[in-house]
Design a protein. Structure first.
Length: 201
């Protein structure tokens, strides 16, 4: 009798992102909605635990995707964009307090803006795996400096505001306090992307 070997299929791990995508979005949502509304939104996407369980480890990208989709469905695109921009702003504040070393911050501030921006974006690029998940991050610095994030999260018009809020606050604090970000939703090799053009005043 011939015995067949059991084929073991390894589990496919989900792309991970940092917990701020969830925790700061809940915080931003709590600033703008009642406690009952927040609980209802989180319950709908199976994430009511975020109200009472601190999240400190990397999380599945899909959890953030579900939250973004639920926010948009419940609040409408414009309000979801507002929440996610604020979430990005809060994320940047967290990074400045806890993740970006103070000596590096002190180094950037007195530098010529383009040099400082180049150093900042190089550092962000090295840690891009913590926020892009299954997507990608790219940038160029010049007369028209741009940042590009490809993403699988939908709707892209909503999630672009999360990344934009993060980048905008970091750039204003560390590089140019009058800088503005112009956001364009586009596609790159068939994948939706957020393109941020830095407007210097």
């Amino acid at each position: 009798m011939q015995l067949s070997a059991e084929v073991v299929v390894p589990a496919v791990s989900q792309p991970k992102i940092g917990p701020n995508a969830l925790t700061q979005t809940v915080r931003a949502l709590s600033e703008m909605c009642s406690e009952a509304q927040v609980a209802a939104i989180l319950r709908q996407c199976g994430q009511e635990y975020l109200l009472h369980e601190p999240v400190t480890k990397m999380v599945d990208e899909q959890a953030f995707a579900d939250l973004v989709a639920t926010l948009t469905g419940q609040l409408g695109l414009a309000q979801a964009q507002h929440v996610l921009w604020r979430s990005g702003h809060l994320t940047a504040m967290y990074l400045l307090r806890h993740r970006i070393p103070r000596p590096f911050q002190w180094l950037l501030k007195p530098l010529p803006p383009r040099l400082g921006l180049r150093l900042l974006l190089a550092a962000i690029s090295r840690h891009a795996w913590t926020f892009v998940g299954s997507g990608s991050f790219d940038y160029n610095v010049g007369r028209s400096s741009q940042l590009t994030v490809t993403t699988s999260i939908r709707p892209v018009e909503a999630v672009c505001r999360f990344y934009g809020g993060t980048f905008a606050h970091l750039i204003r604090v560390l590089i140019n306090d009058r800088a503005q970000l112009e956001t364009t939703v586009s596609s790159q090799e068939g994948q939706p992307c957020c393109i941020y053009t830095i407007l210097e005043s």
